[in-house]
Write a protein that binds this ligand. Structure first.
Ligand SMILES: [Zn+2]
Ligand SMILES: [Zn+2]
Length: 118
C-alpha cells in the first residue's frame, strides 16, 4: 500500500514519460488491495503503467535487491542505504525504484537497472 498517493505522484516528476517525455503523472487510487498494484497515468498523453507497492514480497523474491538497497548512496547526505517504497514499471525497459534514505529520510528515485524484463 502506498501511504500517500499525492506524495508519490509528485515524486514521479523525476521520471520521464516513455512516450511523450512529460513529467506529470496521476495515480489511480483504486487498486486491487491484494495485488498492491496501482495504475499510473501520464497527464499529457494518457500512457499508463503499473506501480508496484508489494515491496516486502519483491525483496523476498529477489534477495539481491537487499544488497542493492544497502549500497545505493543518498544524493542529499551521501550515506548509503535506502528503503524501497514502490517500483514503477514505466515501460519494458524503464523501471524505477522510489526509495527513501535510511539516514536523512530524503526521498529520491533510483533507476532500476536490474529490473529489466527481456
Ligand atoms: Zn506521456
Ligand atoms: Zn540521506
Amino acid at each position: 500500500m502506498l501511504e500517500n498517493l499525492k506524495d508519490t505522484e509528485s515524486r514521479l516528476r523525476e521520471i520521464d514519460c516513455p512516450i511523450c517525455k512529460s513529467h506529470v503523472f496521476h495515480i489511480d487510487p483504486r487498486t486491487d488491495k491484494t495485488a498492491d498494484i496501482y495504475n499510473g497515468q501520464c497527464a499529457n498523453c494518457r500512457y499508463s503503467f503499473p506501480i508496484h507497492s508489494d515491496v516486502a514480497l519483491f525483496t523476498l523474491s529477489q534477495p539481491d535487491t537487499l544488497m542493492l538497497f544497502k549500497s545505493i548512496p543518498c544524493p542529499s547526505c551521501e550515506q548509503r542505504g535506502v528503503t524501497l517504497e514502490c517500483r514503477v514499471q514505466a515501460s519494458v525497459r524503464d523501471s524505477y525504484y522510489l526509495v527513501t534514505c535510511n539516514n536523512c529520510t530524503h526521498p529520491f528515485v533510483e533507476r532500476a537497472w536490474m529490473d529489466v524484463y527481456e
